[in-house]
Design a protein around this ligand. Structure first.
Ligand code: PGA
Length: 313
């Protein structure tokens, strides 16, 4: 078979499938004598006849049937290889558009670094905004993937939990309540409170809990960013309820108060609209995020793994 070429096998496969040299020639845009010549040379390489003519009909010999089955395997494997190469080409370049709620900005950029090292040709855009803006972006189909805590109920989406996102009551380090245990939630009414802006998912969930418990806090300040709220807390302007992740980088100045009904349990989800065809890059990042999320939970750290290692694990 050393002399056989892929082209000959293609011609043979078509002739065997149609039981006709003429139809194989038509399918492959060749002349009938070319088909006959290719099969003659292939027959010589195999060393046994591949077809037999009985009356007007063309049949495969036993060797022909074996070769036909072998050809199918070969072409199937080649097709799979072609698909893999297309995937690899897709990961060499391309765009990844992410939009995440404000609390996820403490972790998602950290998970981009190792991914970009493995796929340096990918261009990334990361939008950080609040829950309501994320919903608007989703309706406009502006991004590939979204990270949010509350999966929309009026839009059809695919989603998967990614990491926990507990909301806690944050006060300055030396706050008088910082050493108390099991603080009744009503005590919050005595403290100046700093709230996120309308449209924020954090604000809605905190407000829901306060309403449920009949607690009316004194909102001293409304701010549109977790970082700004942290600075205000550090400056002694009041306390607030924020994602625990907001303390990831600098917890020294703050204490988490042990208030009843807190932490409010929330989860970050990876979300994309149902029916959206994810790009190869977006798919790879989706898998990487899930894997990284599992590792963070297992190790109880934010140590970031290499996406290649994690996909092999
Ligand atoms: P936010 O998102 O930035 O809208 O408050 C946080 C959340 O929904 O958990």
């Amino acid at each position: 078979m050393n002399q056989a070429t892929l082209h000959q096998l293609k011609v043979f496969e078509a002739a065997a499938r149609h039981s006709s040299f003429t139809r194989a020639a038509e399918e492959l845009f060749l002349t009938q004598p070319t088909v006959s010549m290719q099969i003659k040379q292939l027959t010589k390489s195999v060393g046994l006849p591949l077809f037999e003519q009985v009356g007007k009909r063309l049949f495969l010999t036993e060797a022909g049937r074996e070769l036909f089955a072998t050809c199918r395997e070969i072409f199937k494997t080649i097709a799979q290889f072609e698909m893999k190469v297309a995937d690899l080409k897709g990961l060499k370049q391309g765009q990844l558009r992410l939009a995440v709620i404000t609390t996820a900005k403490y972790i998602i950029p950290r998970l981009l670094g190792p991914f970009c090292q493995v796929y340096p040709g990918i261009e990334i855009s990361l939008q950080v905004t609040n829950h309501e803006r994320i919903l608007e972006r989703m309706v406009g189909n502006l991004d590939d993937l979204y990270i949010m805590s509350q999966v929309p109920d009026n839009t059809e989406v695919n989603f998967e939990p990614f990491l926990e996102n507990p909301l806690v009551v944050i006060a300055p380090k030396n706050h008088p309540l910082s050493h108390e245990k099991n603080i009744p939630i009503q005590r919050l009414t005595d403290e100046p409170f700093i709230m996120r802006e309308p449209g924020s998912g954090t604000r809605r969930v905190v407000q829901n809990l306060l309403d449920e418990q009949g607690v009316k806090v004194k909102v001293k300040l409304e701010l549109g960013s977790n970082e700004a709220i942290k600075q205000a807390i550090a400056g002694g302007l009041g306390i607030s309820a924020l994602s625990r992740h907001t303390l990831l980088t600098d917890s020294a100045e703050f204490s988490i108060l042990d208030v009843q009904h807190f932490p409010i349990k929330r989860t970050w989800y990876i979300v994309y609209p149902a029916g959206k065809q994810l790009s190869i890059v977006a798919n790879a990042y989706y898998d990487y995020l899930l894997e990284a999320g599992k590792k963070i939970v297992e190790q109880n750290t934010f140590a970031i793994s290499n996406p290649v290692e994690s996909s092999q694990a």
